[in-house]
Design a protein around this ligand. Structure first.
Ligand code: DGY
Length: 326
């Protein structure tokens, strides 16, 4: 008998076919995610679940799924929606998809940085509104990248990939990460800085930390106040890393100059949210990893983790090692 799995959203091919060949797949077909109740209901008695960052995977979910559940395979590198401690206590393996989305996410961080620096969205609206009269020496002036300072908060795979791009634009790069050594910083051509120094000195700040108890609202009122009034904040990590209400105030009151956000709280942001009205903010709908190739690779990695988990093998990319028998 094939293992039973629940896949919480339609995933790209060929990963879906691979999952269907190895397992009996119960697939959530709707565009929108299952409600928490539906998630519980459809996962009951399953051997594995393939989850998205939109699914709340807590202890109650694991208990409702039951003792057959061996693996939670997340199709994302971030897993702040999963209670990993609860999974570890229950011997359930948890997998994620690191590495394959590094370049796509770094590209998007850079796209947001450029869009904010060069006022791309504002310029497009300017034309759409019929406001463009003629070329003008002082209209829609943005900020130079060359010679400016970029602060990278979180210097893991994605933060380092952003630094590599920034070097090509002749930016000076400051990096903050508790684990970054002087040697590693030198090898990456960046300068190590504590968070406050980085915020004070940077013209652009790009966030690349996971969301956890240490990083929730890392960028708060006090830290925003350290930034330059012209500084641009880019967030492609998780909305919760920023205290969004104080970010809004900072943007309106000129505490900082602008923002480029791929992630918000909540997601989706309601269409009438005040942040969406600001001309100095560019917001996109959590599309850091949204390229055809990247999403295909993420799906394959997630399916490989899932198949390993339901057949009692170690996951190729484990956040939590499982202990339940196949
Ligand atoms: C992740 O993998 O955590 C990303 O946010 C998904 O794009």
């Amino acid at each position: 008998m094939k293992p039973n799995i629940f896949v919480t959203r339609h995933i790209p091919e060929p990963a879906l076919t691979k999952a269907q060949a190895a397992c009996d797949v119960d697939l959530w077909e709707a565009e929108t995610p299952p409600s928490y109740e539906a998630l519980l209901e459809r996962s009951r008695g399953k051997d594995g679940v393939l989850t998205m960052l939109t699914d709340r995977i807590d202890a109650a979910f694991m208990d409702a799924a039951g003792s057959s559940l061996k693996v939670i395979s997340q199709m994302a590198v971030g897993y702040d929606n999963i209670d990993t401690a609860a999974a570890a206590e229950r011997g359930i393996a948890v997998g994620n998809t690191p590495g394959v989305l590094t370049d796509a996410t770094a590209d998007l961080a850079f796209a947001l940085l450029l869009a904010a620096a060069r006022r791309i969205v504002e310029g497009a609206r300017y034309i759409e509104n019929g406001d463009w009269q003629t070329w003008h020496p002082t209209v829609l002036l943005g900020r130079d990248l060359a010679g400016a300072t970029l602060g990278i908060v979180g210097f893991g795979r994605i933060g380092s990939a952003v630094a590599r791009r920034a070097l090509g634009f002749n930016l000076r790069i400051l990096a903050y990460s508790p684990s970054l050594t002087e040697e590693a910083a030198r090898a990456a051509n960046v300068e190590r800085a504590d968070l406050d120094t980085l915020l004070r000195q940077s013209d652009f700040v790009s966030l690349h930390t996971p969301l956890n108890n240490q990083t929730r609202h890392l960028i708060n009122r006090d830290r925003l106040a350290l930034m330059k009034p012209t500084a641009i904040l880019v967030n492609t990590a998780r909305g919760g890393v920023v205290d969004q209400d104080t970010l809004y105030e900072a943007l309106v009151n000129g505490v900082i100059g602008g923002a480029g956000l791929d992630v918000t709280t909540p997601e989706p942001l309601p269409a009438d949210h005040p942040l969406l009205k600001l001309l100095n903010v560019t917001i996109v709908p959590h599309v850091g990893s949204a390229t055809i190739g990247t999403r295909g690779r993420m799906a394959e990695m997630a399916v490989d983790n899932l198949i390993a988990g339901v057949t009692g093998k170690p996951l190729p990319n484990a956040v939590v090692a499982g202990r339940r028998e196949a």
